[in-house]
Design a binder for this molecule. Structure first.
Ligand code: ZN
Ligand code: ZN
Length: 425
């Protein structure tokens, strides 16, 4: 059995892993990445006609964003959860609006892809040609999945996709299936990072919000519209029920998808209640009112790359009573990162940030301990570990930690894009 890394080798983004066994091909994810100018970068090519199928772990663009390319000339079966396809459609629409010039497909190819979808339920096996598939909850965003794949020769793979090993407000923790696996393909976004305990980050955030609100200020929380917004909404609603919560950006449509697929949520009743007590901004007159009263405004974009969060930032950053609390990953050179580093953001005309500014770790990815716990769970049966979806430093550190914890009998790989690895069961 061979594994070819088409993307996501030694990098975070454009996940694309091709499993080749007995001349049959199966593709795990097909995502995009963005270069320094924010232009999309695609994974290596694969012939759609060769594929027994493609399985997508979740709706983030770095896992689904290139998949419609396969439907320009082909029609491979698509294995996916319902929320992944719904959220994916919103994100791809948005992606095409900004990048149509650089992308070879349009929404028509997404629609063709949708007609080939076989919807997966967690824990229910599905045949894909000579491959067998099983999805379990990955705990990362709504509908996110880990994929267990058995190849034609009986080689068993677990591909984690993006995974979170702790329970959060909206989702259950990743669910490991009690079966024998030969090869683990594991993400390493935070392969060298130890997250602080979640309850401590949350307490810090809640205490900080309370201080600002009590002194009559407004809190802006720039957040990704998928996942982080809903997390923060539930947290604030549960801990500070008297505080007004506004949500702005694409998050309203995404929240509706969360409501549509309640069975994928950890606690549907709690989520419903949080939504009922949240005010969703519908236009400019709402927007102009929201920041003038003490309240929490959760708004996209999470790294302050455009979106309504930029409008609020400009309105509230002058007043030391107010606060901006960043709760999402801030990529190097993103406006959020620059603001944290320099305390100003000239590109948006913010010469000096007077509002309180802090960053909180509410990651939806497992840290190094969580990743190691997945490896340890399968320690006695595993033959190979392939570490992907991480910066070189992350993958290397996770690999050496794994070697120390698991001993020499397990082969550990940190492949680059274009590499093809031969894997023995
Ligand atoms: Zn993701
Ligand atoms: Zn990812």
């Amino acid at each position: 059995m061979f594994l070819k890394i088409l993307g996501g080798g030694q990098e975070v983004g454009r996940a694309a892993y091709l499993v080749i066994d007995k001349n049959k091909y199966f593709l795990l994810d097909y995502g995009v990445n963005f270069d320094e100018e924010d232009h999309p970068q695609f994974p290596l090519h694969v012939r759609p006609i060769d594929l027994s199928g493609i399985a997508i772990t979740h709706a983030h663009l770095d896992h689904i964003g290139a998949a419609p390319l396969l439907y320009i000339t082909g029609k491979p079966p698509l294995y996916v959860t319902k929320p992944t396809l719904d959220i994916g459609k919103l994100l791809i629409n948005d992606f095409l609006k900004l990048n149509a010039y650089y992308v070879d497909y349009d929404i028509g190819e997404f629609e063709t892809m949708a007609t080939k979808a076989k919807f997966m339920e967690y824990g229910v096996e599905e045949e894909a040609g000579e491959f067998t598939l099983l999805f379990t909850d990955a705990g990362h965003i709504l509908g996110s999945s880990m994929i267990y794949l058995e190849t034609p020769s009986g080689h068993r793979i677990l591909y984690t996709g993006d995974v979170n090993t702790i329970q959060t407000w909206t989702l259950n923790r990743a669910q490991l299936w009690p079966i024998k696996i030969d090869t683990l393909i594991i993400e390493s976004t935070y392969g060298s990072t130890k997250h602080p305990p979640r309850h401590m980050s949350e307490k810090r955030l809640i205490d900080a919000i309370e201080e600002v609100i009590d002194s009559g200020g407004t809190v802006l929380i720039p957040a990704f519209s998928v996942g982080r917004t809903q997390e923060v909404m539930c947290l604030v609603q549960a801990e500070l029920p008297h505080v007004n919560i506004y949500v702005d950006g694409m998050s309203r449509d995404i929240t509706n998808i969360y409501l549509k697929y309640k069975n994928f949520l950890r606690d549907p009743a709690m989520f419903q209640k949080a939504v009922e007590n949240t005010f969703f901004i519908r236009g400019w007159s709402d927007r102009r009112k929201a920041w003038k009263t003490p309240s929490v405004i959760i708004s996209s974009a999470g790294m302050l790359k455009g979106g309504p969060s930029v409008y609020y930032l400009k309105k509230i950053s002058d007043n030391p009573k107010n606060a901006v609390f960043l709760v999402s990953y801030q990529a190097p050179n993103s406006p959020g990162h620059i603001l944290l580093e320099k305390g100003k953001l000239e590109e948006l005309g913010i010469e000096e940030m007077r509002a309180r500014l802090e960053w909180f770790d509410l990651s939806s990815h497992a840290g190094k301990d969580g990743l190691l716990s997945i490896m340890l769970r399968y320690k006695h049966v595993l033959k190979n570990i392939v570490i992907i979806h991480g910066e070189p430093e992350s993958t290397t550190k996770l690999a050496s930690m794994a070697r120390e914890a698991l001993g020499k009998d397990i082969n550990i790989y940190t492949p680059s894009n274009g590499e093809e690895i031969k894997l023995e069961a």
